[in-house]
Design a protein around this ligand. Structure first.
Ligand code: FES
Ligand code: FES
Length: 156
């Protein structure tokens, strides 16, 4: 086992795992951060999406070794009280059905709004294109991203 230091949700954490361990495993199994979900394990479904240095990333296809010296944010680290504009919009529009894909959808939306505060429908569709929802909540997700943009601007 090797020892790796990971900067997660504003804290330095240490994990003892082989360097090629997927970051998703370390987050979920070593650090107890189960917000990022395991769906496909090959970077195709988006269930695990979290932020790495502020960008949407898929920790199922990143190793622990390559994640040292980055800043990782999981949905648990988005806001202390769960009141980030995206989370508020998601609740307001009652987006989730089974909920399994939703942490990844939310984190992809957070990354989109950080770089494009007022995205149009095409930009939303493009940013969330590879986040799969088996319950088909796509219309509510798109509406919630637009609503989150309003909330972040301070609109009521
Ligand atoms: S579990 Fe990471 S993209 Fe599917
Ligand atoms: S809410 Fe069930 S998979 Fe998206």
């Amino acid at each position: 086992m090797d020892r790796y230091r990971l900067h997660v949700n504003g804290r330095q954490r240490e994990v003892r795992v082989p360097g090629d361990t997927p970051l998703l495993w370390a987050l979920r199994e070593e650090l107890g951060l189960t917000g990022p979900k395991y769906g496909c394990g090959v970077g195709a479904c988006g269930a695990c999406v979290s932020l790495v240095d502020g960008q949407a990333a898929r920790p199922c296809v990143r190793t622990v070794e390559e994640s040292e010296h980055t800043r990782i944010t999981t949905i648990e680290g988005l806001s202390a009280r769960g009141d980030h504009a995206v989370q508020r919009a998601w609740l307001e529009l009652d987006v989730a059905q089974c909920g399994y894909c939703q942490p990844g959808q939310i984190m992809a939306a957070v990354a989109l709004l950080a770089r494009t505060p007022d995205p149009d429908d095409e930009q939303i569709a493009e940013a969330l294109r590879d986040n799969v929802c088996r319950c088909g909540t796509y219309p509510r997700i798109r509406a919630a991203v637009r609503r989150a943009a309003e909330l972040a601007r301070g609109d009521r």
